[in-house]
Design a binder for this molecule. Sequence first.
Ligand SMILES: *[C@@H]1O[C@H](CO)[C@@H](O)[C@H](O)[C@H]1NC(C)=O
Ligand SMILES: *[C@@H]1O[C@H](CO)[C@@H](O)[C@H](O)[C@H]1NC(C)=O
Ligand SMILES: *[C@@H]1O[C@H](CO)[C@@H](O)[C@H](O)[C@H]1NC(C)=O
Ligand SMILES: *[C@@H]1O[C@H](CO)[C@@H](O)[C@H](O)[C@H]1NC(C)=O
Ligand SMILES: *[C@@H]1O[C@H](CO)[C@@H](O)[C@H](O)[C@H]1NC(C)=O
Length: 528
Amino acid sequence: MYRYSWALAALGAISPAVVFASPLASRGPGYISHPNRLSGVKEAFQRSWNGYYKYAFPNDSLKPISMGYDNDRNGWGASAVDALSTALVMENDVVVKQIVEHIKTIDFNHTVVGGESVSLFETTIRYLGGMVSAYDFLTGPSKGLIDADSVQAILDQAVNLAELLSVAFTTPSGVPINDLTFNGPNGPVTSDESTNGIATIGTLILEWTRVSDLTGNDKYANLTRTGENYLLNVKNPDVGEPYPGLIGTNVNIQDGTFADGSGGWNGGTDSFYEYLIKMYIYDSERFAVFKDRWVAAIDSSIKYLASHPSSRPDVTFLAAYNGKGESNLNFVSSHLACFDGGNIILGGLTLNNKDYVDFGLKLVEGCHDTYLGTVTGIGPESFRWQDSKLGNLTNNGPAPGGQADFYAKNGYWITSSAYILRPEVMESYYYAYRATGDTKYQEWAWDAFLNINKTCSAGVGFSGVTNVNAANGGAFYDSQESFWFAEVLKYSYLIQAGDAPYQVSAVHRNEWVFNTEAHPVRVAGRPI
Ligand SMILES: *[C@@H]1O[C@H](CO)[C@@H](O)[C@H](O)[C@H]1NC(C)=O
Ligand SMILES: *[C@@H]1O[C@H](CO)[C@@H](O)[C@H](O)[C@H]1NC(C)=O
Ligand SMILES: *[C@@H]1O[C@H](CO)[C@@H](O)[C@H](O)[C@H]1NC(C)=O
Ligand SMILES: *[C@@H]1O[C@H](CO)[C@@H](O)[C@H](O)[C@H]1NC(C)=O
Ligand SMILES: *[C@@H]1O[C@H](CO)[C@@H](O)[C@H](O)[C@H]1NC(C)=O
């Protein structure tokens, strides 16, 4: 077992702050709480909520500039359900009560007009994740805040929703179909998709297993395990597993074989890998094999995908791939992929593997660089680089002329300049801080929060922007995503807060694990 040393010397420079140092170094790093920063994040949460509550609730999300609303997540109040676990962490009792009252009234049998197409994945991570997390808080650290009948009603609603979504798994292989159509005479039906992606298949098992564990009905866990098994045991590895543990993207619903061998850590594949280690944390006995698959994926990522930009060999990113071999690597990454450092750090802590933690910290640094390089101090949606070792292979061309200077300085060039209130960089800072106690990560997180607050405060809330490398972020999208509440504000808050049972533990005391939407779920097994 190893520990990160942490320098108390740095603490003198920061004030006002409260130090929660453990009496024994063997208990892991000490953590520092910054009350002023916590107030700043709470202000942003309250402002976002007030705009949403006044102009959009109980629709899904706020259009902060036009003061309108969107029903982009079936019309069940996505922002409200996604905000609940953050309101619980912030102890915002007024908002908690407003949301709980809303959850009791949701009609999951029907979607609003225009919202008929229901994504199994998005609905699981936002709504099901939000509800099981709230249930765990309200029967645990927040017990007594809400009456027992209302708490039970939250779990009943989670079961209602899981029942309705279960139709997704009625396929020949058991691999679910992601897109469902609601409002039919006989309830929801599946669309006629022939493939599903590994992220949308492999990012259900935590939420559905939690519903099973809370109700004693293992049907929900079983449904998601069937699809997951095709990802754990690839039937056609010659196509679907180009590197040990690193798999393709699309799976045939008919028979569970892989349709391609392209992948990596970007959107579409990302949270399949994320959940492998998180399921092991959730219950190391039931999900032991998930740990082995995570280790294989990380070892292959370090061996085959780690890449350094030609202009900045000190920086580390993970390449994508389209099959095996260097000529099939694709030197492209994204804001979405920036959760990778945090996840690898979490796995390193869990498995007492310092190499994984160190590698994760390198990736966190690379993502920090993407924030440092731009005019707004916020990283772009996607970016590329030229690998330092592979010369001018056709897949490894130089930066486009207009961005050559930018590339020379920063080690990446921008391929999509938007920022839509994504959380992944903040999320990885959070894991880096929890692992090391190094206050540098709190500073990075606070800088990022201030830049987002400055650039994305818009109308009656917050909005995504079109160009992180233009003054004021270019233009606003007039859209406040629900994950702004669930993720950005939660990680921005928790990294500046002192210890709590649901905070990530550096010393094998994880009683909670965060789903991919940052909803903390109580672990079922022994804390590891
Ligand atoms: C965030 O932005 C708002 C609106 O511009 C401002 O009032 C507030 O002080 C900012 N928060 C911090 C911590 O700077
Ligand atoms: C959406 O919000 C509008 C305005 O507040 C309200 O009239 C409408 O009933 C809401 N619709 C749904 C489905 O929540
Ligand atoms: C709503 O869905 C549940 C679960 O599938 C079903 O039992 C119930 O009959 C449905 N209710 C209505 C009103 O359609
Ligand atoms: C779930 O799977 C387990 C193990 O295969 C099996 O014993 C159990 O009967 C299943 N439960 C349901 C409700 O199908
Ligand atoms: C790649 O090509 C560019 C211009 O075509 C050249 O300046 C550069 O040195 C080459 N890089 C490598 C690593 O061969």
